[in-house]
Design a protein around this ligand. Sequence first.
Ligand SMILES: *Cc1c(COP(=O)(O)O)cnc(C)c1O
Length: 392
Amino acid sequence: MSSHFDTLAVHAGRQDLIRLGVHAPPIDLSTTYPVRDLDAGTAAFDALVNGAAEASNPIYARLHNPTVARCERALAELEGAEEAVLFASGMAALSACLLAARGQGDHVLAVRPLYGSSDHLLELGLLGLETRFVEAADMATAISKDTALVVLETPANPTLEMVDIRAVVAVAGKVPVLVDSTFATPVLQRPLELGATLVMHSATKFLGGHGDLIAGVIACNPQWGANLRKVRMVTGGLLHPLAAYLLQRGLPTLSLRVQRAQASAQVLAERLMQHARVSKVYYPGLGTVRNAHLVGTQMSGPGSLIAFDVVGGHDAAAMVMKSVQLALPAVSLGSVDTLIQHPAGLTHRVVDEKVKARYHIGPDLLRLSVGIEDVEDIWTDLSQALEATTKT
Ligand SMILES: *Cc1c(COP(=O)(O)O)cnc(C)c1O
């Protein structure tokens, strides 16, 4: 039937509800499932252990959960993927990809800047793959037969730099490319259509959208899906079914939330540019980030994250955090309410100092995640907080 994104967002993963005779998705909290017929149970166990998306009996909740699987079907549809696999967090999702990629090579090529914890995880090499950090432009010379995976984030956390997915995919050849699309959401960007193999989201952010769950998802083909489920099964990075329910509950409004926040973000970014206490604004909709020309093609709109440098350095940035009344001074993003945070002091604290300096993650940088409040109220709050910095 109809497949426009906004319709899908409302109906994805709910097609069987009429047959079940319910309106809201059922929640299944069982940890274990009765096995009366041992042979059938053993067959189901074998299927799940080999990565099947479902079986005649879930057996045990670490192998399969129907509520989580329903949300996965919805997310796969929204991303235009055959499958999606949910994890306990975005970091658990990235970890599973790194574990599943072992055996394909000995290293990962990663394009900075990346979310602080992703950078940290890759830098640690904890999961058995060495990481080589490269510029997207140097990918062609860096890639080799021992490259297991390419990892990139666009727009990137925190300064909204953009990476040309199609260009990276072209030089990656057969090497799978993972795109962390958290900032864009499937409303604005569909990396699989550009040739990416894996799309990752911290579903904690826009997909969840209400600041009340932590989750991560990978949208991918069935082969990766099976491998990721196998990793999830043995490492246990599961999403709890209540979180899956909440995640699915937010999906029908995803598009509304993203579009509304984006419209406000454009207004706020333009006003911030004019503000005497702001020295630089990083926002794809202003053309002030790397590869901003990809707005309108790779990404249908500029999104609702804005980074900006405050005049007065660290103390002024700290004063903004102290002074906001409507915006919440807190990490995370993509919530219905506006959040503001200091990347160098918080989300990107763990990133090497030299890397921070190189990617402008300085003491004066703040990152704003615009919510769906009235834009004038957000601006009134931001401007009074910026005025407060004149007193530092
Ligand atoms: C938050 C975030 C992550 C990590 O996700 P968690 O759900 O916090 O584990 C990864 N990538 C990006 C871009 C993020 O913003």
